[in-house]
Design a protein around this ligand. Sequence first.
Ligand code: NDP
Ligand code: GDP
Length: 326
Amino acid sequence: MPRALITGVTGQDGAYLSQLLLDKGYEVFGLLRRSSSGEVIDERLRWLGIHGRITMMDGNLIDLSALLRIMQEVAPDEVYNLGAQSFVKTSWNQPLLTGQVTALGAGNMLEAVRLAAPKARFYQASSSEMYGLIQEPVQSEKTPFYPRSPYAVAKLYAHWMTVNYRESFGLHASSGILFNHESPLRGIEFVTRKVTDAAARIKLGLAKDLPMGNLDAKRDWGHARDYVRAMWMMLQQDQPDDYVVATGRTVTVRDMCRIAFDHVGLDYEAFVKVDPAFLRPAEVDVLLGDSTKARQKLGWEPTITLEEMIREMVEADLARHRARMR
Ligand code: NDP
Ligand code: GDP
């Protein structure tokens, strides 16, 4: 039975990746940071019906000694570093914490792999946010980076450390440059989930309007279930490498709102209000990925459209709120 260690196992991607690996017959271990609210921490794993099937290891990305101990105890074949302070807007309020977790946390994981599990294959969750102020209209592995937030700066450090450890120490370390990906398990503060949750609440009479930030921003949105499959595929390759994972279609936040509200028979323009509190100190105006390399080398392709995904998310949020109302 292959053994996988996942950091960020309680997050959106950690949950879907755990499910994928369990289905493939892996023994799955997750890094769990201690919380005083332990009973809700594995909510996403419960939603997928896989809580209790993952062995949780007590640790934190900023504690190298814990990571070394875990690496020795688990002796993983594959390591997926998905843990991060992952919300761009928060990274301006907590820039150094973001650096400690998202940047140095990845460095700690690479060190732990190098010292305690050098044969393990390593995946780093890199981000399209690294392209920031885009230098090319369509972004591929060859496009120069221009990060626009402390989060993106931290991800860039983690990305180059992954490349560097591959080149310096021969680690089987790959970096997936994933464009935005969403699902019913997406954190409520991210724009898609905020919108699908609001559409559901307004439909059910639980809210009156939806305060939003920049409606003109464009994103290349895919489904997390499709994207975690790409992570696994990268680690099955003989050679480690970097891959862009994207749909190749970009849509405005405004049009994404329209899709969500249309699904519940409402006109988004009657409810969506621009509130400056949700604008950012620096914006990433548009992202559009070229995933030709992943499609050709990995045989990966997305299977779920934006419309299908938003409908699934709205339905899940309607079901959540109806259950709470009962
Ligand atoms: P989430 O925010 O849903 O999950 C983040 C995870 O990191 C959670 O499990 C969280 O634990 C954990 N974590 C945070 N801080 C620490 C810490 N100090 N030590 C250990 N674990 C910690 O993110 P996603 O699942 O959406 O994304 C997965 C990864 O992919 C992240 O690195 C993200 O930055 C990156 N990414 C995501 C994209 C997306 O569109 N979703 C796009 C590109 C990259 P807890 O539950 O305790 O908070
Ligand atoms: P990001 O691409 O990782 O920052 O993912 P988000 O889902 O947080 O944001 C995607 C885009 O939506 C960004 O350009 C935001 O500025 C824009 N946006 C507009 N209004 C909002 C909002 O109310 N909340 C969030 N999170 N983003 C918003």
